[in-house]
Design a protein around this ligand. Structure first.
Ligand code: GDP
Ligand code: ZN
Length: 461
């Protein structure tokens, strides 16, 4: 049993800074009392109605002056985000009003919430499990609509259900084994090892299926970093602009004078592709030319994919050949640009210099072939990470490792069975798998892990 925190917590739940509205959230036993002390409704409240917006003012009881005109909602436990009594005060978006209201809640008995503490309480109070709590972050940080849909499915508990079903099967196998251990002399017929073995294989198969379906997680959550590489004037910046024109930029970094590189997210069929280009610095200052081969190599090393741009209107130069050499072992798509101009490039040589790599022809200027290029980017990624469909699970590193550990434990159990180890040994491995899966849902997980997970949340969530 985890010790329940009886404190009432409060936080500003909207982003810091000026906005249309701001929300101060309170959760815990004292939240209604605190709100009643500082909130002065326009018309008297006899019995608080849950989930109803009351118009009124926040008034500092000591000073007696109004802080802000607000809408206040009371949420009666247990049907709330945290399963505790909650209050949400919708005030004006200015920082001063929100801070002052937060201060008042603290004065009357709340404490400032830690990052993610509302969601942590939802977990500790049993409303959601750990994998659902982690999906909350994925929903907040989703970079594309597709990633959002998948994160929402996980939030609804789809992944947890699958984990729980495998855990129930493992428990059943352990029960069989224990029946054999506990009553060896009884007439209870010993469970056939073949049956136990086939049950283990079945569970292992299900876990492997889950592992496979998490293959695209990292890319869906964080995007795939893609370097646009090529010598000066081949059209790198033009391509980035063409891609950005078509797809809404998801995150736009402010181009700064000190930055020698630009990163933009584009959404390619739901995959967040982080494109890195040298646009924004003077046109002559090309990546390779300006920042030097060494740094270019470093960017190249960090990139997960390369778009290698060539100029169709020119013959291949030695500089091109150098760059071809650099991407030899890299996940690369060749892009022949400027196909609207008379062709001088030797395509056969390109193919020969880029063995095993796809080559697409485009005109960034005339916006020709951009759609084909995007299809190729998408297909190449999917080829590497597996399909992105309704079975896809967005799992974090922690969850993936737990799945792999569970699979490994079951593999050990099978090995032990093969060499006819005592059933007790086999049961240890199965129990380990059961525990590892429980780490995903939070049933068998240490407080340290829980704290580490919620530290990643924003304040007020
Ligand atoms: P970068 O140095 O690789 O970033 O190249 P830029 O994108 O700045 O383009 C260099 C020059 O090539 C510019 O004058 C562009 O207008 C031109 N350019 C880029 N793409 C095309 C294209 O598809 N066709 C033609 N005809 N010109 C292009
Ligand atoms: Zn450029």
């Amino acid at each position: 049993m985890r010790v329940k925190d009886e404190d009432t917590i409060a936080a500003i739940s909207t982003p810091l800074g000026e906005g249309g509205i701001g929300i101060v959230r309170i959760s815990g036993e004292k939240s209604f009392d605190i709100a009643r002390r500082i909130f002065s409704p326009k018309s008297e409240i006899k019995n608080i109605k849950s989930r109803y917006l009351y118009l009124g003012q926040i008034i500092d009881p000591e000073e007696g002056y109004p802080i802000d005109e607000v809408l206040t909602a009371f949420f009666k436990a247990p049907n709330t985000y945290t399963r505790e009594d909650m209050v949400e005060i919708n005030c004006h978006g200015g920082m001063t009003a929100q801070r002052k209201i937060l201060e008042l809640t603290i004065r009357y008995g709340a404490r400032v919430a830690e990052p993610g503490e509302f969601t942590k309480r939802a977990f500790l109070n049993g409303r959601i499990d750990l994998s659902q709590a982690e999906a909350v972050i994925d929903v907040i940080r989703s970079k594309t609509d597709r990633a959002l849909v998948l994160a929402n499915r996980q939030l609804a508990g789809g992944f947890s259900e699958k984990i729980n079903s495998i855990r129930r099967d493992l428990l059943e196998i352990m029960a069989h084994i224990e029946a054999n251990i506990d009553f060896p002399e009884d007439d209870i017929p010993e469970t056939d090892p073949e049956i136990i073995k086939s049950e283990i294989i079945k569970s292992k198969g299900k876990i492997e299926e889950l592992i496979k379906n998490t293959g695209s997680s990292k890319i869906l959550r964080e995007g795939i970093s893609t370097l646009i590489l090529g010598r000066t004037n081949v059209g790198k910046s033009s391509l980035l602009n063409a891609l950005l024109r078509e797809e809404r930029a998801i995150v736009t970094d402010v181009p700064g004078t000190t930055r020698d590189i630009i990163e933009e997210y584009i959404n390619i069929k739901g995959i967040p592709v982080k494109v890195i280009d040298t646009a924004g610095i003077r046109e002559t200052s090309d990546l390779v030319e300006k920042i030097g081969v060494e740094r270019a190599k470093r960017y190249l090393k960090e990139a997960e994919m390369v778009l290698l741009i060539m100029d169709a209107s020119m013959e291949i130069t030695d500089e091109d050949r150098n760059i071809f050499e650099m991407v030899k072992d890299k996940f690369t798509i060749g892009v022949i640009n400027k196909v609207d101009l008379p062709a001088k490039i030797d395509e056969k040589e390109v193919k020969r210099l880029l063995p095993g790599k796809k080559v697409i022809k485009i005109s960034a200027l005339k916006e020709q072939g951009i759609e084909e290029l995007k299809n190729e980017i998408y297909n190449s990624i999917v080829e590497q990470i597996g399909p992105i469909d309704e079975n896809t699970i967005i799992a974090g590193q922690r969850q993936k490792q737990a799945l792999e550990a569970a699979r490994n434990s079951l593999e050990r159990a099978m090995e032990s069975m093969k060499v006819k180890m005592p059933v007790e040994i086999i049961e240890i491995d199965i129990r380990e798998a059961w525990e590892k899966l429980g780490e995903i849902t939070g049933d068998t997980v240490s407080d340290d892990i829980i704290n580490a997970i919620f530290e990643n949340f924003c304040i007020g969530k």
